[in-house]
Design a protein around this ligand. Structure first.
Ligand code: ZN
Length: 316
């Protein structure tokens, strides 16, 4: 009998095999045979290792965060964001309070308000919150533990692109579920069926200390069920603006030769994303997105909707 020095999966618990997946700097990434979750050890955030991992060229500038922060009224949404707004329109009453936990620059707050909801924003970045308050949004600095006492109970809680950054995602979901057990919980994480993975390489942003976990539908649903939610996972249609000429080339290349391993370099892309160019791409690349859809490729993020237990329990 041999001892495993590998950590156990924090979704499945002990008794499930975990295998070494890859190494990236000081981080070791493990993969769970049971639920498919990939997680880093250690999962500690410090600015030094952050700088070390992402010095020089990096992919964050290409994500459009800066453009989205400064022009969120006109910046085109990703399809997973549209999907969530549609789901809310169909599932909860107009005028409902919807909390965006980790609201960032307020893209979703703006679109929630436009669609008749009453958005509430929490984020740990004071500069974003201050600007949102100036624009008339109900927003506060903090997280779920410092939820303002004079705010109402939200009907739904959004956590978009947050979970994968957290050193202890299970504890975070536990705290949300404990604080608001009657709210829908809607989480998005990078999709296991996203376009960029099909290109054969993983984005440098998908490595620690940026992302500590990589989720599968099974890992997400297990986590949600553990805290009393009835989960449903959705893979929204690929956003055409995510497709580029070089991306198509890489995709075709990947069909013949699968690349693997951590990225050593990443391409420098322009920080400024022209909104009109994105709109054009939404039209031009729509047929290609449809073809990729048939091949099983989906949007950059997948969405899990957790229905709270009181809504699924029979009244008997
Ligand atoms: Zn697992």
């Amino acid at each position: 009998m041999s001892y495993s020095i590998y950590p156990s999966c924090f979704i499945c618990g002990t008794g499930k095999s975990v295998s070494l997946f890859e190494r990236f700097g000081k981080y070791t990434i493990y993969s769970c045979v049971g639920c498919g979750l990939q997680f880093s050890e250690p999962r500690d955030y410090d600015s030094h290792s952050y700088d070390e991992a992402f010095q020089g060229d990096n992919d964050f500038s290409s994500l459009g965060y800066i453009a989205r922060l400064s022009s969120f009224q006109t910046y085109p949404l990703y399809n997973f964001e549209r999907f969530i707004l549609r789901w809310l329109r169909c599932s909860v009453p107009r005028g409902s309070f919807v909390l965006d936990l980790g609201c960032g620059g307020g893209v979703m707050l703006y679109h929630l308000r436009r669609r008749g909801f009453q958005p509430l924003g929490l984020d740990v970045t004071p500069s974003s919150i201050q600007r949102l308050q100036e624009q008339g949004f109900t927003a506060a600095v903090g997280s779920i533990d410092s939820y303002p006492s004079d705010w109402p109970e939200p009907v739904a809680i959004l956590m978009l692109e947050v979970l994968e950054h957290l050193p202890d995602p299970v504890d975070f979901i536990r705290r949300v579920a404990t604080r608001f057990p009657r709210s829908y919980l809607i989480v998005s994480v990078p999709s296991s069926r996203r376009f960029t993975l099909w290109r054969g390489t993983r984005e440098v942003g998908d490595y620690p200390p940026h992302h500590f976990t990589r989720w599968t539908p099974k890992a997400l649903t297990t986590l949600f069920k553990n805290y009393g939610y009835t989960p449903r996972v959705f893979f929204p249609f690929l956003s055409p603006q995510n497709i580029s000429g070089s991306g198509i080339g890489m995709f075709v290349f990947s069909l013949f030769r699968k690349q693997s391993g951590a990225p050593t370099t990443s391409s420098q892309k322009p920080i400024r994303l022209d909104i009109r160019l994105i709109r054009l791409k939404q039209v031009l690349f729509l047929p290609i997105a449809a073809i990729l859809h048939l091949l099983g490729v989906r949007d950059i993020s997948m969405v899990v909707v957790g229905t709270p237990s009181f809504l699924t329990t029979d009244n008997d």
